[in-house]
Design a protein around this ligand. Structure first.
Ligand code: ADP
Length: 351
């Protein structure tokens, strides 16, 4: 990641516009590479927050164990970084089985999904991320696999066509999506359990931060964990990433493993994240509306003006600005609130 440049000084941690954002909830290559398995809670008890979801899952898991059956197919939906993948691994762990993982865009041909299903053993979990992106053919093959644990294949064409049935082991499909509405009704109906993952409270995020700091041997004071939780946008992935960036700063610039609130503020400042937890892209977004005389502006115009992807703005940037009370969505377009205008005016174009 370009965040850490080779010549490190107090202010050398800046983020260029097109560089990866620290406060983006999508997974970044560093996190994929390191897999950060050590941060993943393995039992429902260790999983912080989502109390309602946890108690429904607890009952469903215990009932399946009691009946010696795989858990019903489960659909998890919610914004990136809220813990869908973590829950899939955790469910497999609680069911004392393995979790195989795939992303929908990598399942292109029928043989891809067949390979995945035939590779499963009795009772195992197959986790498909971004399940709304499955192609039609794969989706149709999944229907009978999910319902009857078998796949009907048509071999050959025209008069010579034969139907062959392949039996599968009983398994649990866990699908994850950020876009519930994009999942077709027939696929959605085949999930016995469907759970929304909500944003986390500051207290829950704080606990996640404290647990992770303990795991990576960081000494974090109370105020520091509180400040970090406040700007984590309700999202564990962002909270953990902020903590790792603060650790980089502490170890490289200050040569310490002790994280005080003062150090957090300095580190955030060097990454151009301000006291509200906004980074330069958030400020450019607000400034764009402000310079546009704050007339209601459509998302596509904002995206074109900023040279950014509209869905990224919609799902990553806007929710937090709305939560801070800086932005409202109207039927005619996006508008700054008085609070948002006051905030961006106070920055004097200084991003
Ligand atoms: P998603 O699949 O929804 O994008 P992940 O499951 O990959 O999110 O979670 C992102 C990161 O946040 C992981 O490092 C994970 O361990 C951590 N995390 C998510 N939810 C929790 C939680 N409730 N408690 C502790 N850590 C969590």
């Amino acid at each position: 990641m370009a965040i850490i440049s080779s010549n490190i000084g107090d202010n050398d941690f800046s983020l260029g516009k097109k560089e990866l954002r620290i406060v983006d909830s999508k997974i970044i290559p560093e996190e994929k590479r390191n897999n950060l398995n050590l941060a993943r809670p393995l039992t429902l008890q260790e999983f912080i927050g989502q109390e309602k979801l946890k108690s429904s899952l607890r009952i469903a898991i215990d009932a399946s164990i009691y009946r010696k059956e795989p858990l019903e197919h489960t659909l998890l939906y919610g914004q990136p970084g809220l813990g869908k993948t973590t829950l899939a691994f955790l469910i497999a762990h609680e069911m004392n089985t393995k979790c195989r993982i795939a992303t929908a865009p990598s399942i292109e041909r029928p043989r891809d999904i067949l390979g995945l299903l035939l590779g499963l053993k009795e009772g195992e979990v197959l986790f498909i991320d971004e399940i709304h992106r499955l192609n039609r053919l794969t989706e149709e093959l999944l229907y009978s696999a999910m319902e009857d644990f078998r796949i009907d294949l048509t071999m050959g064409a025209n008069k010579g066509a034969r139907c062959r049935t392949i039996n599968l082991p009983r398994f649990t499909l866990i699908g994850a999506t950020t876009k519930l509405a994009s999942i077709s009704a027939p696929l959605r109906d085949r999930f016995g359990i469907s759970q929304k993952i909500e944003f986390y409270t500051n207290d829950e995020l704080r606990q996640i931060i404290i647990n992770f700091a303990r795991l990576i041997n960081l000494n974090l004071d109370d105020e520091a964990s509180y400040s970090l939780s406040k700007i984590s946008r309700g999202t564990p992935r962002i909270a953990l990433r902020l903590l790792r960036r603060v650790r980089d700063y502490a170890q490289v610039v200050k040569k310490t493993n002790f994280i005080s609130n003062n150090l957090v503020q300095k580190a955030l400042n060097s990454y151009q994240i301000d006291e509200k937890g906004l980074d330069s892209l958030d400020r450019q977004y607000l400034s764009f509306l402000n310079l546009n005389n704050n007339v209601p502006t459509g998302l596509d115009s904002i995206a074109a003006g900023l040279g950014d992807d509209s869905s990224m703005l919609e799902f990553v940037v806007e929710p937090y600005l709305i939560q801070l009370g800086f932005l409202i969505k109207t039927s005619r377009g996006r508008l700054l609130t008085d609070l948002g205008k006051k905030y961006i005016d106070s920055k004097n174009g200084n991003f």
